[in-house]
Design a protein around this ligand. Structure first.
Ligand code: 5GP
Length: 190
């Protein structure tokens, strides 16, 4: 997606060794017109699927998922909460996730009320690195016996393992911008 790529090249900041900050337009301050274009692009790429719900994870995924849901005709957005499920609860789906940016483990948690076997789900997130957040969401969709129609990512870091791990499980991944490398503090896009 050209508009997004230009924005990353202009305003993205590389923090060593391999984190890209896009706070000025994607996940701290939000550029609403860019979000609208991102949403349209996800709609275009997944228009052949009959999704009825979007699943994302707090916090950065929520705005992107919401914008995308409008494009799909105001379908519901469910976001996994991050926390610690102290005991296995009968009314929650939980999946253990290792946070790439924080270096800690947390539980992704979704109430059983909001996912069921009739759901055809598009999973959305802002970044794909080692795939742990997305794999946690896939695990939750599978626990609910719902279907994963695909995964939509705004920025994929193509030099990390996320895509491989997700595709190896048989799921489709669409990324709107792929970072091939960070060289001397600059972003090399595919
Ligand atoms: P993964 O679970 O794929 O290893 O990492 C994806 C999650 O970590 C995303 O939800 C995102 O919040 C965060 N993340 C991973 N890499 C980056 C990055 O380079 N920049 C930012 N801003 N977030 C990242």
């Amino acid at each position: 997606m050209e508009l997004l790529k230009q924005r990353i090249l202009r305003d993205g900041i590389v923090i060593m060794p391999n984190i890209l900050r896009v706070d000025s337009f994607l996940n701290h301050q939000i550029d609403c017109s860019l979000y609208r274009e991102i949403a349209k692009e996800f709609k275009e790429r997944y228009k052949d699927t009959n999704i009825n719900k979007i699943l994302t994870i707090e916090a950065s995924g929520i705005g992107i998922a919401l914008a995308t849901a409008f494009e799909f005709g105001d379908i519901p957005v469910v976001f996994a909460k991050k926390g610690t499920a102290k005991t296995t609860s009968t009314h929650l789906y939980t999946s253990k996730v290792h946070s790439f940016t924080k270096g800690i483990d947390y539980d992704a948690i979704v109430s059983k009320k909001y996912l069921n076997e009739n759901d055809n789900i598009l999973i959305i997130d802002d970044f794909l690195a080692n795939g742990q957040a997305v794999l946690g969401m896939i695990d939750i969709v599978n626990q609910a016996k719902a279907t994963v129609a695909g995964v939509g990512i705004v920025v994929e870091k193509g030099f990390q393992d996320g895509r491989k791990l997700i595709e190896n499980q048989g799921y489709r991944v669409e990324s709107l911008a792929i970072v091939d490398d960070f060289k001397d503090g600059t972003v090399i896009l595919r």
